[in-house]
Design a protein around this ligand. Structure first.
Ligand code: GLU
Length: 452
């Protein structure tokens, strides 16, 4: 049996770092088990699903390094969903309900007042012929509920009915079907809610493991019952913890700043985002992992913790800088060119250790090409002497040492008193990359001009 997982976003907005967590955990699980990863667009909501969002999701996954083995669209599978709906209706497991949202709301309030749980009372199973005729006459359209198997013979005599599964993340889980309302599977307008099409597709696509956020744990109890009602064996399940903002708010598609698209546009390294999105909220260390292969070999789904994990941009910045400090020139050359940073490999090696983002290299390239020297009055004489001792070209990374040794000897200055005025004169900044590496890039002519 080939391990088969799916990432099933609704293309109704841009995906964010929390969705990336679900996608990555699925992808890694598939890679660890020689399995397949399906990207499935849950696009049955015609009004809100948009092609541009579907394209955006594919682009964002590719940016993270995820290449789906298969792409599916729920909207193209209406026949299969229809067949399953028919099968459930024929078995008497999907029943028509005519309550309006208002009526259901009033019913819930009445239950609450009597201290009863807000579980639907299956009143629709008791409609008389007259009632049904009246609903027809009023032009009401039914919505359809799945009859949960939480009773022996009388649906009004429910009994504790435990559904069990051994969760890949949370260990043994139990949901009592008697504590739940029969879920609505089909709306008044005939469209499906996500619950049934998802099960039908998971069956038809041979999904062996459903890995998703822990906001779906209760759905899982219901969906396992639907798998069984359709004559299928339920797959394995894993429910990972969700990410929240630093202030503890849930992430939503409206939080644009944490969308993968925004993070990519902000020049974060995809592996910094992937490392954090995967390793946060686990019992292991959150570290910057340089390649997807490495992430696949170190992530363990069993190490995901149960409580929500806070996503902190500061942590992403740290991981990003760590990765950037190690990036080889070949991997960034095109990006440096696009950001307007010339200078080739020597330049990259000189500055990378000082960068938070690759594109920030442009700042130092501009400082090499032109800088406004900062020379304090008390350093003016010192700077003049240093200019007089500047070695002849050709220059290399040893030039700085030779030059500053001569300046030290001539002026008696050392340490910060020696280096800082030179740094400020040469770059216009009081900190930055090693001057030994910058000096040959600045060159003698520009250096002299900045010292005078
Ligand atoms: N489209 C559903 C969601 O985004 C999929 C949930 C699932 O993975 O089953 O919540």
């Amino acid at each position: 049996m080939t391990v088969t997982v799916r990432f099933a976003p609704s293309p109704t907005g841009n995906i964010h770092i929390g969705n990336a967590r679900t996608a990555l955990i699925n992808w890694i699980y598939a890679r660890q088990n020689g399995g397949k990863f399906i990207l499935r667009y849950d696009d049955t909501d015609k009004a809100r699903s948009k092609q541009e969002y579907a394209d955006g999701i594919a682009r964002d996954l590719a940016w993270l390094g995820i290449k789906p083995d298969r792409v599916e669209r729920q909207s193209e599978r209406a026949d299969a969903h229809e067949a399953a709906t028919r099968k459930l209706k024929d078995a008497g497991l999907l029943y028509a309900c005519y309550e309006t949202a208002d009526e259901l709301d009033r019913q819930r309030k009445r239950f609450a007042m009597r201290g009863l749980p807000p579980v639907y009372n299956r009143a629709a199973l008791r409609y008389s012929d007259e009632e049904l005729a009246r609903f027809e006459e009023e032009g009401r359209k039914p919505h359809w509920r799945f009859l949960l198997p939480n009773f022996e013979t009388d649906p009004f005599e429910t009994k504790r009915t435990e559904i069990h599964w051994d969760d890949l993340v949370r260990g043994p889980q139990t949901v009592d079907l008697a504590s739940l309302s029969d879920p609505v599977l089909v709306r008044e307008d005939g469209s499906w809610l996500y619950t049934l099409p998802s099960v039908v597709d998971d069956i038809d696509m041979g999904v062996t493991h459903i890995i998703r956020g822990d906001d779906h744990v209760t759905n899982t109890g219901v969906q396992i019952a639907i798998f069984e009602a359709l004559g299928a064996k339920a797959p394995g399940f894993g429910h990972h913890n969700l990410l929240t903002t630093a202030s503890g708010e849930g992430l939503s598609k409206r939080l644009g700043s944490l969308s993968l698209q925004a993070l990519a546009e902000d020049h974060y390294e995809p592996m910094a985002v992937a490392s954090l999105a995967t390793l946060i909220g686990t019992s292991g260390a959150v570290e910057a992992v340089a390649t997807m292969e490495e992430l696949v070999s170190r992530f363990d789904i069993g190490s995901v913790t149960k409580s929500a994990a806070k996503f902190d941009v500061g942590e992403l910045d740290k991981l990003n800088a760590k990765l950037v400090h190690e990036l080889a020139y070949e991997t960034v050359a095109t990006r440096l060119g696009a950001a307007g940073a010339g200078g080739g490999e020597a330049f990259w090696l000189a500055v990378r250790g000082n960068l938070d983002k690759v594109e920030d290299a442009a700042f130092w390239w501009h400082r090499i090409e032109s800088a406004t020297p900062q020379i304090d009055a008390e350093d003016a004489e010192f700077i003049q002497s240093a200019a007089g001792l500047l070695p002849e070209e050709p220059w290399d990374e040893t030039t700085w040492g030779v030059w500053t040794a001569a300046v030290k000897e001539a002026t008696g200055r050392k340490g910060k008193g020696l280096f800082m005025p030179l740094r400020k004169a040469l770059t216009g900044e009081s900190h930055g990359p090693e001057l030994a590496a910058l000096l040959p890039l600045i060159g003698r002519e520009r250096t002299l001009a900045r010292l005078s």
